[in-house]
Design a protein around this ligand. Structure first.
Ligand code: IVH
Length: 675
């Protein structure tokens, strides 16, 4: 950029004014946010910002180190206080076609045991923004948190308070003493373009969602205030009063001054659900903000409570995503990726393209059969698709390269460790079975260990892990907790300073207290994903109990929900000494919280329970989940350990066996009364 040639004197004058502006802005900011006592109007405040921005734009070489606009994007969220959500902020399951919606309705009816009743839905656009939880006590906004990992978010109250759409005080008096309003913070498409226009190249955002997120994650809330963020509510977390349905809730919200979506509709029949999807999809480009689908939610809140959650998704709602976006680009190279559990996947390195605002330079080719069938080769022009959050994938060849490159050959050996590759017995996947020594897998395991759903060590990116591995600072996940040994070496590395090093150490320390299911997931054992980790946690309750018992197959075989593949993989893992040693090392640093049960006073707490026969009031799935919430361990076969057998119609041999073994048997009606 060309610098304005100005006299030394003028330079001095401008610097004095910038210093003065910076002081004033930070003072009024503090009065407004910290003490809630502004002494100038918003208009006057905005004028200060405007003048500051004008001078900074005109004389960029005079921008102060402590300019109110400094640190855009670099003041990252480690600085925000972590807050545990009272009610987890989970995410929606996805549907991609009408059939997925039929299936959703079918399984919902089955779960509720509602073969003939009609379900009523609240249908809503799915806004592509940032999920926020707003806590109101006695009608006053006391805290605003980001979603974070769904369980722990970050306190962004000061920034959220700058958003005009979000009332600091409810507008009417008919509010509950306590309520958590949830909704989406977003930037409209036009405002995003205007904002990006004003930012210099490195600071531009790739889409409105990132721009909204970046604006909320500012340490300096004058920046947040200068961005025209909007808010639309789409639900609640905890509340001191009950609502009967979503429609009633939204109507109430409006009276408090909380904005809900004008496009929301209450719909009863399947045909109209489809129509709603078509209508909103056709209006998509006319929406002032990005939407990536619609959401169908069971309107009745009592039914929502019965349906509850599975894994991280509510059973009472689903997102019907709009069709994916496709673009064409060139394959520069085909590489082979070795996954955490040894799976070998071909990936296409692409000439970078922008798909729906996201820059894409890699796409998966799934497996080698697919490359062959579609005859995909390096240098071909291909069509790639990105749908929702899934990894982009190559659909087909659009134009073969004239001078065709050689066919891509299926590798015989692992490209990293050289081991012979084998096909899994019952899977198409090619695998490197050198689980405990293949460098690629060891690194992937550490990357998995620090990832968001595992220990969630923020700021420890894949790139850094690979680098630390190369420098031999870390060889196992547990070495992360000993990283201080290399303090001076790290501080000497390019890109590292006191501040970033301290952040890393703080983040590592913050991750040491971890819930059992997360800890089990973080170990990266094959087939032990989020759901199986939770099943294991509800069964074993503590890490000590898990380590003592889970290595014996017979202690796993009866756990409802664990199949033989999962069991074999877990038993194998736990019976390898180096794995046991690594867990022991991790436990020297980590404090693993026992699985917290909702109700430990229940008769079913810690009891082995079996369901058999056809239940009439609730579905089997709902009954099992109720029992788990009461602390029960659900098993599949009747034996001397069984405490209760709950039977429906036509119970068959299990009831007979339970009676023989003098196990307490309970009819469905009795069970309903007991809970
Ligand atoms: S309801 C249990 N309704 O989409 C989650 N979510 O994965 C219930 N979103 O994180 C969410 N528009 O931030 C709901 N009308 C809408 C929404 C919506 C956007 C976001 C939300 C959530 C994500 C779902």
């Amino acid at each position: 950029m060309k610098e304005n040639k100005i006299s030394k004197e003028l330079e001095k004058k401008i610097t004095v004014e910038l210093k003065d502006l910076s002081k004033k802005i930070s003072k009024h900011n503090e009065l407004y946010h910290k003490y809630d006592k502004p002494i100038i109007s918003d208009y006057e405040f905005d004028k200060l910002i405007e003048r500051n921005n004008y001078l900074e734009k005109k004389y960029p070489h005079l921008i102060l180190d402590y300019s109110p606009n400094k640190n855009i994007g670099s003041d990252t969220l480690e600085k925000f206080k972590k807050i545990k959500h009272k009610e987890p902020m989970l995410s929606l399951g996805n549907a991609f076609n009408d059939n997925d919606i039929y299936e959703f309705i079918k399984r919902t009816k089955k779960y509720l045991n509602y073969p003939n009743q009609n379900l009523i839905f609240s249908c809503e656009p799915k806004i592509d923004g940032l999920s926020i939880n707003l806590t109101y006590e006695y009608g006053k906004l006391i805290r605003a948190c980001t979603r974070g990992d769904g369980y722990i978010g970050e306190d962004v109250t000061d920034n959220i308070k700058t958003i005009n759409d979000i009332p600091i005080n409810f507008k009417s008096k008919n509010y509950p003493d306590f309520i958590e309003i949830r909704g989406e913070v977003f930037l409209e498409k036009n405002d995003f373009l205007i904002l990006n226009n004003s930012l210099n190249e490195q600071k531009k955002f790739s889409n409105p969602r990132n721009a909204a997120a970046g604006s909320i994650r500012q340490l300096n809330n004058t920046i947040t205030k200068s961005r025209p963020l909007k808010f639309i509510a789409h639900g609640i977390g905890g509340s001191s009063v009950k609502f009967s349905n979503i429609k009633q809730l939204y109507d109430k919200m409006e009276t408090w001054g909380i904005i809900t979506n004008n496009y929301n509709e209450i719909i009863e029949d399947i045909e109209s659900l489809k129509e709603y999807y078509k209508k909103i999809n056709s209006l998509r480009s006319k929406f002032p903000y990005d939407i990536d689908g619609i959401v169908y939610k069971i309107n009745d809140i009592e039914l929502q409570n019965r349906l509850s959650f599975v894994g991280k998704n509510p059973r009472w709602a689903i997102a019907y995503k709009f069709k994916s976006l496709k673009v064409t680009t060139k394959i520069l190279k085909i590489d082979i990726q070795v996954g955490r559990t040894g799976s070998i996947t071909p990936v296409a390195r692409l000439e970078p393209v922008n798909i729906g605002g996201v820059n894409v330079s890699n796409a998966t080719l799934h497996n080698f059969d697919e490359i062959n069938q579609k005859d995909i080769r390096e240098k071909d022009i291909v069509e790639i698709e990105r749908a929702g959050d899934v990894i982009p994938h190559v659909l087909k060849v659009i134009e073969k390269n004239k001078k065709r490159e050689k066919k891509f050959l299926v590798p015989k050996n692992c490209p990293v460790c050289g081991s012979k590759l084998l096909h899994d017995k019952d899977e198409a996947v090619l695998r490197c079975n050198n689980y405990y020594n293949c460098e690629a897998q060891l690194i992937e395991k550490i990357i998995h260990f620090v990832s968001k759903k595992a220990l969630n060590i923020e700021g420890f990116a894949e790139k850094q892990i690979r680098f630390f591995w190369k420098l031999k600072f870390i060889k196992n996940a547990s070495d992360i907790f000993l990283i201080k040994k290399y303090e001076s070496k790290i501080l000497n590395l390019d890109g590292w300073g006191e501040k970033s090093y301290k952040n890393l150490i703080d983040n590592i320390n913050n991750s040491k207290k971890v819930d059992l299911q997360r800890f089990l997931f973080s170990l990266g054992i094959r087939y032990i994903g989020e759901i199986n980790s939770l099943t294991l946690a509800t069964h074993f309750l503590s890490i000590e109990n898990f380590l003592r018992n889970a290595k014996n197959k017979k202690n796993l075989e009866d756990i409802d929900g664990l199949g033989p593949k999962v069991i074999n993989s877990l038993v194998e893992y736990l019976n390898i000494k180096s794995n046991q040693d690594e867990i022991k090392k991790l436990l020297n640093f980590c404090e693993v919280n026992n699985y917290k049960k909702i109700n430990t006073k229940s008769k079913f707490n810690n009891k082995f329970v079996i369901f058999t026969g056809k239940l009439l009031v609730m579905s089997r799935e709902e009954a099992k989940n109720k029992a788990i919430l009461l602390g029960a361990k659900i098993s599949t076969s009747v034996n001397t350990k069984t405490d209760y057998l709950i039977y429906g119609e036509k119970p068959g041999s299990k009831l007979k066996k339970a009676k023989e073994l003098k196990i307490k048997t309970i009819s469905e009606n009795e069970w309903i009364k007991m809970i």
